[in-house]
Write a protein that binds this ligand. Structure first.
Ligand code: TYD
Ligand code: MG
Length: 453
């Protein structure tokens, strides 16, 4: 009989304790600890990334092998990975159920296997017939793509040694289990233990491994969050299910930059890469409409041009309603307060709605100025010229603060046919690329220029 020890695992951050606590002392989440029975052999499955016999070496004596990246066959995915797939890397692809993780990874395995070698796609969630249906739907016909419906990690290991694939996908890490770990599939012990096993396999064999992980909106399911520190790269696949655009975002990358994004569109026949996103997002913008403003949002190294729409109406009864989609509601609240206080825009009796067109999401504060101007345009019913783009963070004092990548945003704005760029005052020497630059200091400045007289 294996010896069983009881411990309490935080469902939010994965830390564990010998006794139950009301609040996790690592992530400070209340009521997140759950009892788990860990077999005493659990520690055997914990792995280390470095050999146990390593010694100190002079930095000059370490030889650098250039790690060769291989293309996944999908350029948008390569970009997010930092230029392609690295041998022996463990990549976690998280996202809500139904967003398209299986589709993306099946397409990747398909296109990779057509040119680069055998790919093994292991599904612990779907039958071979279901997988075949999806493969047909997205048009995969590769003799080198192998599908396996299996949830037992030890059996998957056997097939890996028999087949020696050069790429492995595990769909999903919550549904696989390792028989040596005496815990339910999907439990923290299983999720972490199985992932650790795949990490060991990746490092030993140099096979790149992609793990699918489901997350719900509130991130409650045991899984991806606790694996983030273990894996090399964490990608999140996001989007609104009822919209067709999907954004693949890198949130951790041991071998590349984070915050690069890849943009896809979910079609009837699988995911399609969107190479020129701004053109598509701006396609439906109606000209001469008040409350609509274009902002430049820098995602990694690529500026995206998105339309912010605002609607302001008189509150009929009770408290004013404030809703946002695609931007943070707290950020919007802050901008409303700054507009009232620093630009004398009266909004107290108004309902305010802000939306980023196309179901996209902006996290950068550089969109502040554009959001604020969309609200002012909606309030005053004065449209902003279509060929104008706004960039800048708004401070509490109403000052427009500078942001990174101004030059890149300006040059891309010119490429897309914009005529005016409203930007923060900066000491940076900017190449204007033949576009009119309007450097502004305060939000009042901008309001006066665009909406007064
Ligand atoms: P799926 O990849 O199964 O999502 P996940 O693995 O993240 O749970 O795809 C989910 C949705 O995508 C499903 O509702 C159907 C839709 N879909 C398409 O619209 N076109 C397609 O070609 C495919 C394969 C799926
Ligand atoms: Mg799936």
């Amino acid at each position: 009989m294996p010896q069983i020890t009881t411990r309490y695992v935080c469902q939010s951050c994965g830390a564990f304790f010998r006794q139950w606590l009301g609040k996790c002392s690592t992530c400070e989440e209340w009521g997140s600890l759950q009892e788990e029975n860990a077999p005493a052999n659990f520690s055997k499955l914990k792995i280390s990334r470095v050999p146990s016999d390593s010694k100190p070496v002079r930095v000059s004596e370490i030889s650098m092998e250039e790690m060769a990246r291989t293309s996944s066959g999908i350029q948008e995915l390569d970009r997010v990975l930092g230029g392609g797939i690295l041998p022996g890397s463990l990549v976690l692809v998280g996202g809500e159920p139904g967003i398209g993780k299986s589709t993306l990874l099946l397409q990747m395995a398909g296109s990779y296997s057509r040119e680069k070698g055998k790919a093994l796609y292991v599904s612990a969630e779907e039958s071979l017939t279901q997988l075949k249906h999806r493969a047909q739907r997205v048009g995969i016909a590769s003799e080198n793509l192998f599908l396996l419906a299996q949830s037992d990690v030890s059996r998957v290991e056997t097939f890996i040694s028999e087949l020696s694939p050069s790429l492995l996908v595990i769909d999903s890490i919550q549904m696989v289990f390792h028989p040596e770990l005496e815990s339910e599939p999907g439990s923290l012990i299983q999720v972490r233990g199985s992932a650790a096993r795949f990490m060991e396999i990746a490092k030993k064999t140099s096979i790149p491994i992609f793990l699918v992980g489901h997350v719900t909106k509130d991130g409650t399911i045991a899984g991806p969050r606790i694996l983030e520190h273990l894996v090399d790269t964490v990608l999140y696949f996001e989007g609104e299910k009822w919209m067709s655009y999907r954004v693949l975002r890198s949130v951790k990358n041991r071998f590349g930059t984070v915050d690069e994004v890849g943009i896809f569109k979910m079609e009837e026949t699988g995911l399609e890469e969107v190479k020129h996103p701004s053109e598509i997002f701006l396609e439906e913008k109606r000209s001469g409409m008040s409350g609509s403003v274009i902002v430049s949002s820098l995602e990694g190294t690529r500026p995206l041009f998105l339309e912010i729409q605002a609607l302001v109406s008189n509150t009929k009864q009770g408290f004013p309603v404030r809703r946002s989609s695609g931007i943070d509601l707290n950020r919007m609240g802050l901008l409303l307060a700054v507009l009232e206080k620093r630009a004398k825009i009266r909004l107290e009796g108004c309902d305010v709605f802000v939306n980023v067109a196309g179901g996209m999401k902006i996290v950068e504060p550089a969109a502040d100025l554009g959001v604020a101007m969309a609200i002012v345009s909606a309030t005053s019913n004065i449209p902003v010229h279509d060929k104008t783009v706004f960039v800048g963070e708004v401070g509490l004092g109403g000052e427009i603060r500078t942001t990174r990548g101004l030059s890149r945003r300006i040059s891309e704005a010119r490429n897309l046919g914009f005529q005016v760029c409203v930007i923060p005052e900066t000491r940076e020497k900017l190449d204007t690329h033949g576009i009119e630059i309007l450097a502004v200091k305060t939000i009042l400045d901008v309001v006066e220029r665009f909406f007064k007289g």
